[in-house]
Write a protein that binds this ligand. Sequence first.
Ligand code: E4P
Length: 214
Amino acid sequence: MELYIDTANLDEIKQANDMGVLDGVTTNPSLIAKEKTDYGKRLAQICEVVEGPVSAEVIAIDFDGMMKEGRERAKIADNIVVKLPCTVDGVKACKAFTDEGVRTNLTLCFQPLQALLVAKAGAFLVSPFIGRVDDIAEDGMDLIRKIRAIYDNYGYETKLLAASIRHPKHIVDCALAGADVCTVPFNVIQQMMKHPLTDSGLEKFVADYKKAFG
Ligand code: E4P
């Protein structure tokens, strides 16, 4: 399973990239707003650090606006993926970008039929938001399993990117359900290598060795 980081913070991206296991980055308008910096400039900085796909979301919600913004974003670097919403205009823009050879990530996916249509339009990635589904007392993982089954039934090549990840259990469940990618906030990436028995075991190994050999 590929691991992306879900942030526009350059320091977090550099730290995750230094671990040697980072496959890509997703950003969105809320994440860039937290950084209080120019979106285009930050995307260029991210693309200098990370070789894998970097999702750049459009702010426009109409077809023409999405095409204009997406084309500008795509010029920033070869690894930019234009992120579009799962709307009718978004799926139209997805098809148009696919025809132009530009990769897309269809975001804000909350039901399997959105995932089916964007796969037909040639999306490179689809982003079901599992945390936000859980937030309304529904089952985010059920959405992942349904999309996986539909894509496998018909051989769609769109990658299933599990988004809105809130905790390590989401990642384990996504890996078991066959998600192609998880995009994970930095604080959750840090938790992925944590276990209290690893820490206490390591402490004891070092202490025993020092006691015997100084
Ligand atoms: C995905 O690409 C989005 O940026 C993100 O995962 C949204 O997560 P949230 O529900 O925690 O805002």
